[in-house]
Design a protein around this ligand. Structure first.
Ligand code: AMP
Length: 114
């Protein structure tokens, strides 16, 4: 069996993490190195390594991640707007090989991103 990912270990309680929401298919963690006043990661329990590994079977799961992102953004009071991001691969600076939807807000976010 492949090694469990950092996010699996946090979701399983084996490593410390600030989990703010959980359901049967995903969890939301506070990013350890926040890039905005609110920086949350919506992580599926299924350890899909990257967007490149997505299959049609994952369509409902990925939709669910966005619905959870919308709910937690509302709970965090991000009424002025927020950004959702999946980094995929080296050029996008993906550093954890377990897909996660970044939710960033609480300040004006520049565009284009760096
Ligand atoms: P990415 O670069 O898109 O793969 O994003 C990985 C994110 O995980 C980064 O924003 C990191 O700051 C964050 N991260 C790394 N380790 C942890 C951890 N132990 N707990 C919470 N977030 C983490």
């Amino acid at each position: 069996m492949a090694d469990r990912t950092l996010f699996q270990k946090i979701m399983d309680g084996e490593l410390e993490g600030d989990i703010v929401y959980e359901d049967g298919s995903c969890a939301v963690l506070r990013d350890i190195n926040p890039q905005a006043p609110t920086h949350l990661l919506v992580v599926p329990r299924k350890p899909i390594p990257s967007l490149d590994a997505l299959t049609e079977e994952d369509e409902p799961l990925v939709g669910h991640l966005f619905v959870v992102a919308r709910k937690i953004a509302a709970e965090a009071g991000l009424t002025g707007g927020y950004r959702t991001v999946f980094n995929n691969g080296e050029d996008a600076n993906q550093t954890v090989d377990h897909i996660h939807l970044h939710v960033l807000g609480g300040r004006a976010l520049g565009w284009p991103p760096g």
